[in-house]
Each structure stands twice: as structure tokens, then as C-alpha cells.
Ligand binder design. Structure first.
Ligand SMILES: [Cu+2]
Length: 343
């Protein structure tokens, strides 16, 4: 197969071809827009030869929970069945003019948020329609053979069924675990797995935020950061919430290359449950720090209506996209249209 090697990153990067073979481990040399020379073994796809592009709506993803196809086993246990399809040939315009080769679970980055109750049986039919080998590695408790590490699933239709009991209670990442791991993760093969306690948490406006980075020039440094993939999305499309309503955020840090990330909320503090495994919060704070795959549950209510920022307090990350706004509507007013939230 002849690989077409070309520009992936819009007009900002010039690519010098060093190979036209399918020897994917060979280095390719780039000159970045700032003039630096970088060498990479990263995958390069030519958008002109890519059949499909990814459409991703971060607002829809935010509150979208996939509970699977539900049935009962003979002993009364709840069975939740999911089908997850991996692909690695899609292009997404992650920021205006910036086209990136995303590797996807069910067509998006992050993949779907999989949700079950502790003790349910989770059965995931995994289909690899990519070119490369991929797996699904769930964080949590399960048998070794279900760990998605030593059983790589071949591309072009390879299949594997992951089955395990959901647990422990909390919020966990899942991701591909094929080497080179950072390449498979940074291209987007990850998602969130929520295990609810049998006695449900109090009702809340629930949302998922995956903190991620995009290395669009393959130099093992991120060029963009985001909550839910699209830089600055929630700044330009504020998340509408209500005063005196419990907000619960399942937050997972999937940023590669940088050792830490963090989450700062303005005008408020939140209760924080690390990994979500305890029903009693460990912290009451406006700032948490997260290393790779660290995650937890945040809970808060706003007393006062208005616009409030949330963002990485690591300023480099917020200035490169990891920032957003909560637009808090006044629950006590019938219409919030006339409210002046400032500019
Ligand atoms: Cu993979």
C-alpha cells in the first residue's frame, strides 16, 4: 500500500517527505510554523485521501450517557451490552483550519460515556475497523483476560468481547492499550466509564468533562488543550445551568505528555470525590490537580446567577483552549432573557 504523506495541520506546517513507503516507523521531518525542525514517527494522513471526517458536538457529548442494551440474566443480574467500534483513519477539524487525524471509539473523541450500576455485568462487543491493532483497557476491577493489554485486536474487523462485573463505584477511564501507548491515547482512543452506586447519588444536572490535549505536529508536546476535545468550545458556547441546582461533573484527565493538569472553578467551591469511589467528599476546594488518568467527581451549586469561568489554572493550558464558562440562570425568575450577566 502506498501511503500518501502530506500536510495534515492546515497551512501552518510544511512537511518534507522522507519516505513514501509503508515503513511506518521511519521518521519524517517537519518544519513547524515557528521554524523549528521536528522529527516524528507519527502517523500522517492526507485529508484529500481521507473518506470521512468527524463531526463532534461537545455540548451534546457533555450530558450524553450510554447505559447500553439492558436485559436480565437468569439470576436477576442486570446485563448491559455495548458495541464499540474503533477506527483510526478519520480527520477532525479540531480548531478552525487545524485538521487532525483522530482515532475514535464509535466515531468521536472522547468515545461514548459508558455507564452501569455496581454489580451489573458489562459486556462490550469491541470491533476494530482501524488499520492498526487496538484494544479497550478499562480501569476498574476485572479478570486479567479482560484487561485489554495482552490481547491486541487486529484491524480490519478484528473482534473481542470484554465482559466483567461493574466496579468499583466511581468514574474511570477506558482507553486503548496498544503500544506505543501515548500515540494511541493522544490520537483519541479513550472515554469514560461511570459506575453508579446501587443507592443512587442525589439527583443533579450531570455532565462529563474529559480534559485532553492535541499534539497536532507530533513533537510529543500538546499544541491545544480542552475540556472535551474542542479548544475554547465552552467559552464560546457557555454551559447553561441554574442557581440552587446541584451540578455533578465527572472529570477525567487524559492529557498526555504534560505531567499535571488542573481544574479551577470561579465564584464557587466544589466538593470533590477522588476517583468517585467514596460517597463522602475528600475536599472542599476550587482547585484540583490531576496527573494522567486521575479523575473524580465534583459537586457544587451556584447561589448567584451570572457568568463564571472554569479553566486550567496552568495558564498555558487555558490560553491554548482549556477554558469554559458556566452561564448560571436564576431559577427564581420565569425568564432569564432580560438578565444582565455582564460582558
Ligand atoms: Cu490503539
Amino acid at each position: 500500500m502506498i501511503l500518501s504523506l502530506s500536510i495534515l495541520i492546515g497551512l501552518s506546517v510544511v512537511v518534507f517527505f522522507t519516505t513514501f513507503s509503508d515503513a511506518q516507523s521511519e521518521s519524517k521531518t517537519f518544519v513547524t510554523h515557528s521554524g523549528a525542525m521536528v522529527t516524528t514517527t507519527g502517523e500522517i494522513l492526507d485529508p484529500l485521501y481521507t473518506v470521512s471526517t468527524v463531526e463532534f458536538d461537545p455540548m451534546e457529548y457533555l450530558r450524553d450517557f450510554n447505559y447500553g442494551r439492558v436485559s436480565q440474566l437468569s439470576d436477576g443480574t442486570t446485563l448491559r451490552e455495548f458495541t464499540i467500534i474503533a477506527e483510526d483513519d478519520k480527520i477532525m477539524e479540531v480548531s478552525p483550519g487545524i485538521f487532525y487525524n483522530v482515532w475514535t471509539f464509535n466515531g468521536t473523541v472522547p468515545g461514548p460515556t459508558i455507564r452501569a450500576t455496581e454489580g451489573d455485568i458489562v459486556r462490550v462487543k469491541f470491533i476494530n475497523n482501524g488499520e492498526k491493532e487496538h484494544t479497550m483497557h478499562f480501569h476498574g476491577i476485572h479478570p486479567a483476560g479482560m484487561d485489554g493489554v495482552f490481547e491486541p485486536v487486529g484491524g480490519n474487523g478484528g473482534q473481542f468481547v470484554y465482559e466483567f462485573e461493574a466496579g468499583p463505584v466511581g468514574v474511570h477511564p477506558y482507553h486503548c492499550h496498544v503500544m506505543p501507548l501515548e500515540e494511541h491515547i493522544v490520537h483519541g482512543l479513550y472515554g469514560v466509564f461511570i459506575v453508579d452506586p446501587k443507592e443512587e447519588r442525589p439527583p443533579a444536572d450531570e455532565m462529563v468533562m474529559v480534559l485532553n490535549g492535541l499534539d497536532t505536529d507530533f513533537d510529543t508536546e500538546n499544541n491545544f488543550y480542552a475540556a472535551n476535545t474542542v479548544p475554547f468550545y465552552y467559552q464560546h458556547h457557555p454551559i447553561q445551568i441554574n442557581t440552587d441546582e446541584l451540578i455533578r461533573i465527572y472529570v477525567v484527565n487524559m492529557v498526555e505528555f504534560d505531567p499535571i493538569n488542573n481544574f479551577h472553578l470561579h465564584g464557587n467551591l466544589y466538593k470533590y470525590y477522588p476517583t468517585g469511589t467514596d460517597l463522602v467528599p475528600s475536599f472542599y476546594t476550587d482547585m484540583i490537580t490531576l496527573s494522567q488518568t486521575e479523575r473524580g467527581i465534583m459537586e457544587f451549586e451556584y447561589e448567584f446567577p451570572g457568568k463564571y469561568l472554569f479553566h486550567a489554572h496552568k495558564v498555558e493550558f487555558s490560553e491554548k483552549g482549556w477554558t469554559g464558562i458556566f452561564l448560571v440562570n436564576d431559577s427564581n425568575k420565569k425568564s432569564n432573557q432580560d438578565l444582565d450577566y455582564g460582558s
